[in-house]
Ligand binder design. Structure first.
Ligand code: DGJ
Length: 731
């Protein structure tokens, strides 16, 4: 078993291939304390890691200073109100209005495999996976609350997942005010905190700052994970690079309001916590009821950020994504959004499809604007009836024609939204999220539907299902173009309004679960005004997520570098678009746009009938390249080699096959500098004793030479040029 309990030491040891996580029951009261997380340890004498044999000692030895113990102990699940003045993970309001909880060990269970988290996305175990689970139940007898901390070890990907179940056995209602999913205390503070921040069109840029006294926090209040902060973070040792140093990664499997806290206390120790944003959360727990907090994936790497990223990529690809496309290349699509925006009809779409087919494109995606009276973003959300003035002959006729060309067909929806100017709003104004008597805040001229109401989600899903059943539609882009505010649901009692934000996310999950159950072969791509819902929660439902509305190849280097730190390349929606780029006005070579998009799902977002002959002629070759390397990109190990955001000169990353038999290196330059030597690129992850041939040349390199000495990327010309290098291991 990868999880062991040493009764004599009262220690739980959770092992993965290269890491150990140690929990200990402390003192006669059995406080559940954290002892260690890091490089794998041998199986004995780990208890002394607790460092409790010094002032203030444990309460049985020094009860007069129990408060000092509480304020310095490394608790596995710290609670509010007991004199631990760091940020708590758990805060519950009892019927008497108090908010104090103290948890001690009650029981535990260790078993093979892992249970589902009802209603929530979570990692799962495949046949043959090495995965054990520890359920550690703690109680507050005074409150009548039981808290079960659930840990699962994914041995091969070096990941440990955590979630929390809370049960009310008090005989009265209780209100959960904070139920985070994980808390880990670390010795010292010689760390940097890495998060992914941004805005619309510049999502997930890497931000790295030193951990310092006090609290740093990222969070979302937007009802989704958001453009601004991603629901993942890393705590890394000082000087940690892509290839060396220690990195602890946290990836929250959740798509709503979250918080990630990094706090250094008075003794210089660091606490990291991940969970639902407690500011927009309250949950009434009736007697006997349970609440389940979403899952966090944690990983430890002793080999820098690349290994951390690889661990996340492996677990997300193997144990989180469920789609039938998970192990298949995705069809090369062409999406009409940047090509036409709202200005299209069936003729225009068909002309794009016809040209696309000639070039080897495999699917046409019809984006926003095909329904109701939608001629701009001002109206018709909620009216999911095909606009037959635009699509003369109807949807099926268009899909059939596109299929007859040999192309698949995909469609865009924004199911959670309603335009004030829509038939749906005129019929059901009460279905929009708003507070009686208060003018709701518009964003993009739209409101949010209260999908926490069953009748609302059933209606919307029913409308979607009608459309999807009416023609051979093989792909859906599920978009969300505004955030939530004016939170209120007419169906919730006043003492349950605090549940709204979480209930909204559960409702979204329920709708997407229905969709992929009813249409198991559908390729679902999530999207939110670009990449505002790029999180591990959504990847349970869709194998890919639109990364950003910014398709500029250079800006994509920043966005994709950040995204790749936490999520697999196969999940990044990436398209080649036209220039000047719609988000930046920048011109980049068509070749570079292709090379950058190649590391994602790959597709086109342009009017293929209008682009230059020269660009168009490159498409068949780009598609061949996609097919040639997609297996490697989907399944291989990602290594970041250089970062344009750091060096200002060039970006470089490699995908190396798991068996080290080949490597694809992407090299992208920023602005061309005159009179410089060509760049030396040092590879990573190769077999150092093997020889590798560089495809397209007679050159042959030793693996060690490529890694420690490097190879020359050669000359380039013009701004934003790029190259692909394919190394193949010689037999
Ligand atoms: C935002 C998406 O990110 C775009 O790709 C496009 O689908 C628009 N919404 C449509 O409104």
């Amino acid at each position: 078993m990868a999880i062991k309990y040493y009764e004599d030491e009262k220690v739980f040891k959770l092992d993965t291939k290269n890491s150990s996580y140690v929990i200990a029951l402390v003192d006669v009261e059995n406080f559940i304390c954290h002892a260690y997380y890091g490089k794998k340890l041998p199986d004995y004498h780990v208890r002394h890691l607790l460092r409790i044999d010094e002032n203030p000692f444990v309460p049985s030895k020094n009860n007069r200073d129990r408060g000092s113990f509480n304020d310095s102990a490394f608790f596995e699940y710290p609670t509010a109100g007991i004199g631990d003045y760091r940020t708590p993970a758990f805060e519950v309001k009892a019927e008497n209005g108090t908010k104090t909880a103290a948890l001690t060990y009650k029981s535990h269970e260790i078993y093979k495999g892992k249970k589902k988290l009802e209603g929530l996305p979570a990692t799962f175990v495949n046949e043959g996976d090495d995965c054990d689970t520890l359920e550690l139940t703690a109680e507050d007898k005074c409150l009548g609350i039981e808290v079960t901390l659930v840990y699962s070890t994914f041995v091969d990907s070096d990941c440990i997942t955590r979630s929390v179940r809370v049960k009310n056995v008090s005989g009265k209602a209780a209100y959960l005010e904070r139920t985070l999913s994980a808390s880990v205390d670390f010795e010292g503070n010689a760390f940097d905190f890495i998060t992914l921040h941004g805005s619309w069109a510049r999502e997930r840029h890497i931000n790295r700052r030193p951990v310092t006294v006090g609290t740093q926090m990222i969070r979302s209040f937007r009802g989704e994970s958001g453009h601004q902060q991603n629901s993942s973070a890393a705590l890394v040792s000082k000087g940690c690079t892509y290839t060396s140093g220690e990195a602890y990664g946290f990836n929250f499997v959740y798509s709503g309001n979250f918080e990630i806290v990094c706090e250094v206390n008075q003794f210089g120790n660091t606490r990291v916590e991940v969970g639902i944003n407690h500011d927009t959360f309250e949950w009434k727990l009736e007697e006997g009821a349970e609440f389940v907090a979403p899952e966090v994936i944690m990983t430890y790497s002793a080999e820098g950020l690349n290994k951390m990223a690889q661990n996340f990529h492996d677990i997300i690809r193997n144990n989180l994504i469920r789609s039938s496309y998970k192990n298949k290349p995705r069809p090369v699509l062409i999406n009409n959004w940047e090509a036409t925006y709202f200005d299209f009809d069936e003729k225009k779409l068909y002309s794009i499809a016809e040209e696309a087919k000639k070039l080897g494109i495999e699917m046409l995606v019809m984006d926003d604007g095909w329904f109701g009276n939608r001629s701009s973003d001002n109206m018709s959300l909620g009216d999911w009836q095909v606009n037959e003035e635009k699509l003369r002959g109807g949807l099926k006729a268009l899909v059939d024609k596109v299929n007859a060309l040999g192309l698949k067909f995909g469609i865009w929806f924004e199911p959670e939204m309603i335009s004030p100017d829509s038939d749906l709003y005129r019929a059901h104004p009460e279905w929009a999220v708003k507070i009686d008597g208060r003018e709701p805040v518009l964003m993009r001229n739209q409101l949010v539907l209260d999908i926490t109401r069953k009748e609302v989600r059933d209606y919307i899903y029913g409308e979607m299902k009608k459309v999807l059943s009416s023609a051979n539609i093989e792909y859906v882009k599920w978009d969300m173009n505004r955030q939530l505010c004016d939170l209120y649901s007419a169906e919730l009692s006043a003492d349950r309004q605090g549940e709204f934000s979480h209930r909204y996310v559960l409702a979204l999950y329920e709708m997407q679960e229905k969709l992929i159950t009813d249409f198991p072969e559908l390729l679902l791509e999530n999207c939110s005004g670009g990449g505002a819902r790029f999180d591990a929660g959504m990847l349970y439902f869709s194998p890919q997520i639109w990364c950003s509305d910014d398709t500029d190849a250079i800006e994509r280097c920043y966005i994709q570098e950040g995204t790749e730190l936490m999520y697999p390349l196969s999940s990044m929606g990436a398209h080649v678009s036209d220039c000047p780029n719609h988000a930046t006005g920048r011109n980049t070579p068509f070749e570079t746009r292709g090379n950058v998009a190649l590391s994602g799902t790959f597709g086109y977002e342009l009017d293929v009938t209008k682009i230059s002959e020269n660009d168009r002629n490159q498409i068949p070759g780009q598609i061949d390249t996609y097919h040639k390397y997609n297996e490697l990109i989907r399944t291989g190990d990602y290594y970041r080699i250089a970062s344009l955001s750091e060096n200002g000169v060039y970006d470089c990353w490699a995908i190396v096959a798991k068996d080290k038999s080949e490597a694809l290196v992407t090299y992208v330059e920023g602005m061309r500098r005159p009179n410089v030597h060509s760049q030396i690129v040092k590879l990573v992850g190769l077999d150092e004793n093997a020889f590798y041939a560089l495809e397209g040349t007679e050159d042959e390199y030793n693996g060690a030479v490529l890694m420690y000495g490097g190879f020359s990327a050669g000359g380039t010309w013009g701004d934003y040029s790029s190259k692909l290098f394919h190394f193949i291991k010689k037999q």
